[in-house]
Design a protein around this ligand. Sequence first.
Ligand code: DHB
Ligand code: FE
Length: 280
Amino acid sequence: MARITAGVASSHIPLLGLASDLNKTGEDYWRACFAGYDWTKRWEAEQRPDVVILVYNDHASAFDMKIIPTFAIGCGERYKPADEGWGPRHVPDVIGHPDLAWHVAQCLILDEFDMTIINEMDVDHGLTVPLSMMFGKPAEWPVRVVPLAVNVVTYPPPTGNRCWKLGEAIARAVESFPEDLNVQIWGTGGMSHQLQGPRAGLINKEWDNRFLEDLTANPERLRQIPHIEYLRETGSEGIEMVMWLIMRGALGANVKELHRHYHVPASNTAVGHIILEKRP
Ligand code: DHB
Ligand code: FE
């Protein structure tokens, strides 16, 4: 049987991808930020997951204002890095797992989550930057990926509680897949950041750290955070953190925190990263 073994959350700031691509991670500005992922890279190399269900958001790369799915699942064979305006990143193509993806799509839809099914798309920094943070610069990504895209770009995004319940349904779906697969679920984006307007550059360390603390110990509080609180306390892009709740919902009540990292700032954004092991 397939099983979810762990959840990982990480920011997906495009500049992190650029620092990795240009071999700048040892420079003064980046050293401490990337050092927080050294433990993770070793842990991932030991864990050797077969598949990552990678919860992320597209930033007007595959979708635009013409089509905005609230929840979408990638069922394709492979996904190319998107051209976000300065050419695609020189990172490997992302290899999908169509059998698992179609199974999860079927289970979720029969479980009354109305997923959009995607067979072809390019994937932007929201998906490729977390891969770089976890695996560095391999010739091929060492894992297959089921992309799960969430609308956090245009109002109204889904509630945190809905995201949590989707995570629970994803866990049920994975556990009913007959192949023996080690599956991780990643929640990406965040933490506090606002990229435009008079509050551009807003970072809220206290709020972010309480979110990290409660993700392990008191996630019930996080399910109830209203959109307006994310907006007010964490800036207009802080809403990306609802995607972490899909990851957390998939892990169930018992988790062990294995690793945590918080660094400010990188670009305009607070970098947050946590690894939670699923416990029976
Ligand atoms: C930045 C952060 C993001 O989450 C994003 O999608 C784009 C840019 C930034 O901090 O530069
Ligand atoms: Fe983003």
